[in-house]
Design a binder for this molecule. Structure first.
Ligand code: HEM
Length: 424
């Protein structure tokens, strides 16, 4: 299968919130890789560079001249005098290690890595399996919505469990982190959405800072507690930093894993039933999950800003001048479909020869912190689903996509677990 570029989709009109680009961004990406792999969009953030090719995305993610101090980029559409209304919310995001550069990033990432050490695959396996089984035990075997009954609650429960905060809060955690994800996954949001995100950010941080969460996490030796007590080379996170990093982990993990599970089940629908066995066998599940990560990634892009004026050579041979402060959007989901790196790039090929060099988790110093947890949760979720319901079929008459392209995924997906109803 080859994705045919949809030439009617215009680069000048492209944003993350135009519906015509959301259901199938891949034909737009194919056009951009062929015609304008580096493109200056006047519509996005008042002038942002968009990159669609594999080599450009990889090189730019590793380019230390670029900065990740981009917490305030989503506010760029507001007149400067209105931005200060949201400074309390932005000050939480500015503490996130994801938005730090250089030595500050190294120190904070090391601190977080050490805090995460006890959460090995072996320690988490039975806990994640228990949460997956609990959710699958309660679905209606006659038919259910995979997203609302399974894919949405699961990641919030898994990350709450790792943090050591009450998993029963999963619905609120989804709501709060969804508002934050919409802010960072969009290229323009309404002022009303900003107000809502500000409230959600405050409620999330109040929850994480509460005595209830503190005590709960301490009892369970959860990650929230570890972040609080961990000292590396004489440095500890302040209380505000602890809460902000925990909020980052929830936002980054909840908004992404849920769509990855949904996108994977939807993509598997077009494959022969027998291929589900690849997800059930220890010798094939690893490469199969890697391929689902490449093909189905919900995270479409990684952002950067130029710290100074810089010139970057691009894979098309063109040199591009980036102005200081200008945002850059590196479309990793497009890079994952680049034929210069992947054979049969538009095919979900579960036995794709390794190594699968997808950019789903980024590259360089900001490589995803949660990648082992994503691989493990996705493996357990899909294997458990197909072991229990080997003939499961998608029955949704229409697909409902999330309303921003940054986090690409379905908001509902009706399934017939026995596979007896007529498929789509
Ligand atoms: C499908 C799931 C996920 C995908 C596709 C994904 C993707 C990514 C990508 C592309 C980056 C690099 C961003 C950059 O270069 O600026 C990143 C960073 C990060 N991710 Fe994930 N992520 C996922 C799940 C998670 C989970 C479950 C967690 C935590 C529990 C997490 C925590 C983080 C953190 C903290 C960073 C920032 C790392 C740093 O700047 O050093 N992510 N993720």
């Amino acid at each position: 299968m080859t994705v045919v570029p949809d030439l009617s989709l215009s680069a000048a009109e492209f944003t993350h919130n135009e519906f015509e680009y959301i259901p199938d961004p891949f034909s737009f990406y194919a056009k951009m890789r062929a015609q304008s792999p580096a493109y200056l969009s006047e519509r996005i953030f008042g002038g942002a560079w968009l990159f669609f090719g594999y080599a450009d995305c990889l090189n730019l993610m590793k380019d230390e001249r670029l900065s990740n101090a981009r917490a305030d980029v989503p506010l760029r559409f507001l007149p400067p005098e209105q931005r200060s209304r949201f400074s309390d919310m932005i000050s939480v995001y500015e503490r996130w290690l994801a938005f730090h550069d250089g030595q500050e990033h190294t120190r904070n990432r090391r601190q977080a890595n050490r805090s995460y050490k006890p959460f090995t695959d072996a320690a988490l396996e039975p806990r994640i399996q228990g949460l997956v089984d609990g959710l699958l035990d309660s679905v209606d075997p006659g038919g259910f919505d995979l997203m609302s009954e399974f894919s949405f609650p699961l990641p919030a429960m898994v990350i709450a469990d790792v943090l050591g905060v009450p998993v029963e809060a999963h619905a609120e955690l989804n709501r709060w982190t969804d508002d934050i994800a919409h802010l960072f996954g969009s290229t323009q949001v309404s002022v009303e959405h900003l107000e809502r995100t500000r409230r959600s950010t405050a409620e999330l941080t109040e929850f994480l800072a509460s005595d209830e969460c503190r005590r709960h996490s301490e009892r369970q030796s959860g990650l929230l507690h570890q972040l609080r007590v961990m000292e590396v080379h004489g440095h500890r996170f302040s209380e505000e930093d602890v809460v902000a990093q925990a909020a980052l982990l929830l936002f980054a993990g909840v908004a992404s894993i849920r769509y990855l599970i949904g996108n994977s089940v939807y993509a598997m629908e077009s494959r022969p039933l027998a291929e589900r066995q690849l997800l059930l066998r220890p010798d094939t599940v690893g490469p199969a999950v890697e391929e689902l990560l490449r093909f189905c990634t919900p995270v479409q892009f990684v952002g950067r800003v130029a710290a100074d004026d810089i010139t970057v050579p691009t894979q098309s041979g063109q040199d591009v001048l980036i102005r200081a402060g200008q945002p850059m959007l590196l479309y990793v989901a497009s890079a994952n479909r680049d034929a210069t790196c992947f054979e049969r790039p538009d095919e979900l090929w579960l036995t794709r020869p390794e190594p699968n060099r997808h950019l789903t988790f980024g590259a360089g110093r900001h490589l995803c912190f949660g990648d082992p947890l994503v691989r493990q949760s996705t493996r357990i979720a899909l294997a458990s689903l197909y072991r229990r319901f080997p003939r499961l079929r998608v029955t949704s008459p229409d697909l409902n996509w999330n309303n921003n392209l940054g986090f690409h995924g379905l908001t509902s997906l009706l399934v017939d677990p026995q596979g007896t109803a007529a498929g789509r």
